[in-house]
Design a protein around this ligand. Structure first.
Ligand SMILES: [Zn+2]
Ligand SMILES: [Zn+2]
Length: 240
């Protein structure tokens, strides 16, 4: 089936990414994507955007030729209570939102504490996707993660950058094997995202696809193939 979307990318505004919005959008069009999202790092990430940047997304067009461009954020989960670094009043206005755990913004706890951080974050009604829940430095209980994703209506990500050689997060293939089996058992959808920090990475999902193929993961649970699934999960599904 056709991989139509990439929902996790960063522009130069994220502080440690290297291409402009126009360069990223052009790359997404060249890849033939139908839905492309820019999801800058939230303010707790050193060098990233101020709240005002996210508040003014309404200024940006959502259509480029045949492609829908969505604007959102990759939130930082800050603690074991699952707090994030932007208020709900701002999140609900964004097209889509991701939340993840990052080294400079979170101190790893026990498996129970880390799992709790994700589960509590997913209770936030405006968080749509958990990004890269694959980091061996932050061990979690995958069954609890997947069950919470089902209960709180959140998509789980298979992150291509995590799987690339030299990833900061180590090799997460074992974690994904376990997570994908549970997603099949509980029928929880996943999305393949590039997490591109430069235009050459936009739409690149080769490593993620390999992991799905190896798991025998069913196409009907892969959001990249189904615009109608995405529509049900994001804050502003009306844009699709
Ligand atoms: Zn991230
Ligand atoms: Zn990212």
């Amino acid at each position: 089936m056709l991989d139509k979307m990439d929902l996790h990318t960063h522009t130069i505004m994220s502080g440690h990414a290297y291409s402009t919005r126009n360069e990223m959008i052009k790359a997404a069009e060249e890849k033939g994507l139908e839905i492309y999202a820019i999801t800058e790092h939230a303010p707790a990430m050193p060098g990233s955007c101020h709240n005002m940047y996210f508040m003014n997304y309404k200024a940006l067009p959502r259509t480029y030729n045949n492609m829908t461009v969505l604007y959102g954020v990759e939130l930082n989960i800050l603690d074991y209570a699952g707090r994030v670094d932007l208020p709900k009043s701002l999140l609900k206005e964004m097209d889509l939102t991701l939340a993840s755990i990052h080294v400079p913004c979170y101190v790893s706890g026990t498996m129970e504490e880390n799992t709790n951080a994700y589960v509590e974050a997913m209770k936030n009604p405006y968080i749509n996707i958990i990004a890269h829940p694959d980091d061996g430095r932050f061990p979690i209980n995958y069954e609890m993660l997947v069950k919470a994703a089902k209960e709180y209506h959140v998509i789980l990500e298979v992150n291509n950058a995590s799987l690339a050689p030299g990833s900061f997060r180590g090799d997460p293939r074992e974690q994904y094997k376990e997570m994908l089996q549970l997603c099949m058992d509980y029928e929880v959808p996943i999305v393949m995202n590039s997490d591109a920090h430069v235009e050459a990475q936009v739409g690149e999902h080769g490593f993620a696809q390999e992991v799905l193929d190896l798991a025998g993961f069913p196409e009907e649970l892969v959001v990249n193939y189904h615009r109608e699934i995405l529509k049900e999960y994001i804050n502003r599904g009306t844009l699709l």
